[in-house]
Design a protein around this ligand. Structure first.
Ligand code: C5P
Length: 232
């Protein structure tokens, strides 16, 4: 399996807890996502360690700052050897373009994707911060901007994936969290899709946290999801 479609979210408070799970997984079967909590507590050395263990790492730090600062952060992330990283599309054209140029600093550049609208934001939250139109319209607009600036894709919810696949074409990456295998508990995720639904609707990669991290046998849970997405 050369390019696993499943990205396991390492939502842990410390390197030790995360490493316990990592030791039970397999880089040939999944990629790993490191977000703000684990990055702040465990640091870049931990990320580099995951890369050394052979994992594709999605560094989910959602950079959003002036172009120069974001470019410098993207360069630093690229040099850690991560497979994928992300920025906020709301940073605008200059920031997105600077990020895209910055990741070229290494021979095999990481994939660069954008967050469009946080799924915690409803239409009224957007109006409150001065954004016109619906969240869905903002998602479409920001995905288009991201593609125009040369980004490889966006993070999007299962609800958005079919429309974005139609609008942005076959090669734009759509990375989808909120995935729950058919029998699993939804937890605090309101809009969920099964792995199969998400892939059928056009998701490129699935971000899966608790259904794997809280499973008694994480590798078996991963294998079950894998089987579900291979069954077309
Ligand atoms: O445990 P669960 O599968 O819900 O974890 C999903 C992961 O994807 C978490 O790391 C969460 O922060 C992230 N995520 C999400 N919804 C978004 C964006 C990111 O659940 N809209």
């Amino acid at each position: 399996m050369s390019d696993p479609r499943i990205i396991v979210a390492l939502d842990y408070a410390s390197a030790a807890e995360a490493q316990q799970l990592v030791a039970r997984l397999d880089p040939a079967r999944c990629k790993l996502k490191v977000g703000k909590e684990l990055f702040v507590s465990a640091g870049p050395a931990f990320v580099a360690g995951l890369v050394d263990q052979g994992y594709g790492v999605f560094l989910d730090l959602k950079f959003h700052d002036i172009p120069n600062t974001v470019a410098a952060a993207c360069r630093a992330a690229a040099k850690l050897g991560v497979w994928m990283l992300n920025v906020h599309a709301l940073g605008g054209h200059a920031m997105l373009s600077a990020a895209r140029e910055a990741v070229e600093c290494v021979p095999a550049r990481p994939i660069l994707i954008a967050v469009t609208v946080l799924t915690s934001m409803q239409d009224e939250d957007l109006a409150e911060v001065g954004m016109m139109g619906t969240a869905q319209e903002a998602v479409s607009r920001l995905a288009q901007l991201s593609q125009r600036c040369g980004l490889d894709g966006v993070v999007c919810s299962a609800r958005e994936v079919a429309q974005l696949r139609r609008e942005r074409g076959a090669s734009f990456l759509l990375v989808t969290p909120g995935i729950r295998p058919a029998q699993a508990a939804t937890g605090d995720q309101a809009r969920v899709a099964t792995p199969r639904e998400a892939i059928q609707n056009g998701a490129s990669y699935l971000v899966v946290g608790r259904p794997i991290t809280q499973a008694p046998d994480p590798l078996a849970a991963l294998a079950a999801i894998q089987r579900e997405i291979e069954f077309k």
